[in-house]
Design a protein around this ligand. Structure first.
Ligand code: TYD
Length: 135
C-alpha cells in the first residue's frame, strides 16, 4: 500500500531577483487536480488546528512563510513533520488524521485540496476515525 503521507520538494528557480517555487497540479508536482486553496495565518503558537481526517479530500500543505509542525496519523503510525521551507510540502492522502500546531508568528500555511469544501466528509472525532480507518 502507498504511504498515506509524504514530503514533497518543489522545484525552485532562484536568481538575483529572488526565488520562485513551482507547484503544478494534475500529478506533475501535486498528485491531484487542485479544486480549492485556503491558508491559515495568525494562529498563536499554542493553538492546535486541524484535528480531523477527510474521507474524500487529499491535501498538500505548504508553509509559504514561517513554520509549523504537523502531526500526521494514518491510524497505525504517527509522525511529526516540520514545515519550514516554501519549497517543502506535505502530501496527505484521504483518511489521515492531522493536527497543525507550533505556528511561528509569521506562519502562512497554504493548503491545496483535491475537493471542494463539504463538511460531511470531515471526521472530527478521533475514535470515529480509528473505527473507519481500521474497518
Ligand atoms: P476548520 O476546519 O476548523 O479549520 P482547520 O481545520 O484548518 O483548523 O475550519 C474553520 C472554519 O472555516 C469552519 O467554519 C469551516 C470553514 N471552512 C470553509 O468554509 N471552507 C473551507 O475550505 C475550510 C477549510 C474551512
Amino acid at each position: 500500500m502507498d504511504k498515506k503521507y509524504r514530503v514533497i520538494e518543489f522545484k525552485e528557480y532562484g536568481d538575483e531577483r529572488g526565488n520562485l517555487v513551482v507547484a503544478e497540479g494534475d500529478g506533475i508536482d501535486i498528485p491531484f487536480s487542485i479544486k480549492r486553496a485556503f491558508y491559515i495565518y495568525g494562529s498563536d503558537s499554542e493553538v492546535i488546528r486541524g484535528m480531523h481526517a477527510n474521507r474524500l479530500t487529499k491535501f498538500v500543505l505548504i508553509n509559504v512563510a514561517g513554520s509549523s509542525d504537523v502531526l500526521v496519523d494514518d491510524g497505525t503510525h504517527k509522525e511529526i513533520i516540520k514545515l519550514d521551507k516554501p519549497r517543502m510540502a506535505l502530501f496527505l492522502d484521504t483518511m489521515v488524521w492531522k493536527e497543525m500546531y507550533n505556528f511561528s508568528p509569521d506562519s502562512v500555511l497554504m493548503c491545496l485540496a483535491s475537493e471542494h469544501y463539504m463538511e460531511s466528509e470531515y471526521i472530527r472525532d478521533y475514535d470515529e476515525f480509528l473505527k473507519e480507518v481500521k474497518g
